[in-house]
Design a protein around this ligand. Structure first.
Ligand code: NAP
Ligand code: ZN
Length: 345
């Protein structure tokens, strides 16, 4: 099959479009012909990781989000060959103490890290990870929402318990995760204040649903947020930027406020005044992807048109390096997606 892969880590130039062995579905797996693959920041982390700290198989195909058509099923399933499907990229380990009690997995794996991902004509995954694609969306849209909507839902609903009438501040609002969070928060009935780097981005971020925008590059986020909240601060901060924003995150929380963090795009290390956490009785939640039940909820809402994947730009598979460069330059608003046109079609 054709795939985009890298044999050594480095810049976008290490990505190669070429022949790769077509995977064979093991017992309990399905083989899916990929029609679209969504990009995530994770793809860049894996490709850049000089030490290969995550011990990914090399050569490696990135890609956690996939939508396509079932080609083969090796086992029992209600899904059929020829059916249009999407992939749930959060794969439970099946063996940890929580999995054994049918609770959400504590070691949940991301599709496309320890296994070959979706920048390819075919993928294999456990049959239980595939779901019928909602009829109302295209393959491109279907590949644009699973990882980010699942994570945004888990962060805001499963972890931070965002409620109707509360105010949430969203960092990285132009990104895949942030643009999904805006919609989830609006669906929940919250007021959304979103961070944008420019006036240009802010127009698009408003269209996604943000009620207020703070241009964070002006450097006065704390005072603007205080002005917008009667000097109180926000109930919840949605974090995925990390080192560069963490101090502001805590500063803009109101007493009893909750910060929820799922990423550190600008760096892992932050400092904070620990006394501030107990004096103002703040809560900090970590989040990694989400549960099967949460995935099914998000899928239902996308199918009902209540959450809508936001597409920034679509590239053909062979231009995956260009697509990743667009993400690295922070030129996008919404999701970047690769379209996979197979020779076999
Ligand atoms: N834990 C999980 O399960 C999980 C799941 C999904 C994603 N993530 C993590 O969440 C983060 C976002 O992922 P994504 O796929 O949404 O990436 P993305 O589309 O590239 O979005 C990241 C956004 O963060 C903003 N940003 C980047 N660097 C920044 C900086 N130095 N200061 C301020 N803002 C900055 C950018 O927006 P502007 O340039 O417009 O400000 C960018 O659009 C990544 O760190 C990713 O690894 C974690
Ligand atoms: Zn588990």
């Amino acid at each position: 099959m054709k795939a985009v892969f890298f044999e050594k880590t480095g810049g976008a130039e290490v990505l190669r479009h070429g022949e790769f062995p077509t995977p064979k579905p093991q017992r309990g797996e399905a083989l899916v012909r990929v029609r679209a693959a969504g990009l995530n920041r994770l793809d860049i982390w894996l490709r850049e990781d000089k030490e290969n700290a995550r011990n990914i198989p090399m050569p490696h195909i990135s890609g956690s989000d996939a939508a396509g058509v079932i080609e083969k099923i090796n086992g029992e399933s209600s899904l059929k060959v020829g059916q249009e499907v999407i992939l749930n990229p959060a794969i439970p380990c099946g063996t940890c103490p929580r999995c054994k009690k049918s609770e959400p997995c504590e070691l949940v794996k991301i599709f496309g890290v320890k296994n070959q991902g979706s920048y390819a004509e075919y993928v294999t995954a456990p049959i239980s990870q595939f779901y019928p694609k909602p009829q109302n969306i295209s393959f491109v849209e279907a590949a644009a929402f699973p990882l980010t909507f699942l994570t945004a839902w888990h962060m805001l609903v499963g972890r931070a318990s965002l409620r109707k009438g509360e105010t949430v501040f969203i960092w990285g609002a132009s990104g895949g995760l942030g643009s999904s969070a805006i919609q989830v928060a609006k669906y929940l009935g919250a007021r959304v204040i979103a961070a944008a780097k420019s006036k240009e981005d802010s127009k698009q971020i408003r269209k996604i649903g943000a009620d207020e925008i703070v241009i964070y590059t002006n450097g006065n986020v704390e005072s603007v947020v205080k002005n917008l909240t009667n000097n109180l601060g926000v109930d919840v901060v949605f974090e995925s930027v990390g080192a560069k924003t963490w101090n502001t995150t805590l500063a803009i929380l109101r007493p009893y406020g909750r910060a929820v963090i799922a990423g550190t795009t600008s760096g892992d290390m932050g400092t904070q005044d620990l006394s501030d956490i107990y004096v103002r009785q703040l809560s900090i939640f970590g989040a990694r992807m989400g549960t099967k039940v949460e995935f099914e909820k998000v899928l239902e809402l996308v199918g009902a048109g209540k959450l809508k994947p936001v597409i920034d730009k679509v590239f053909p598979l062979k231009e995956a390096a260009e697509a990743q460069r667009r993400m690295e330059k922070r030129g996008h608003v919404g999701k970047i997606v690769l379209e996979v046109k197979s020779n076999i079609m």
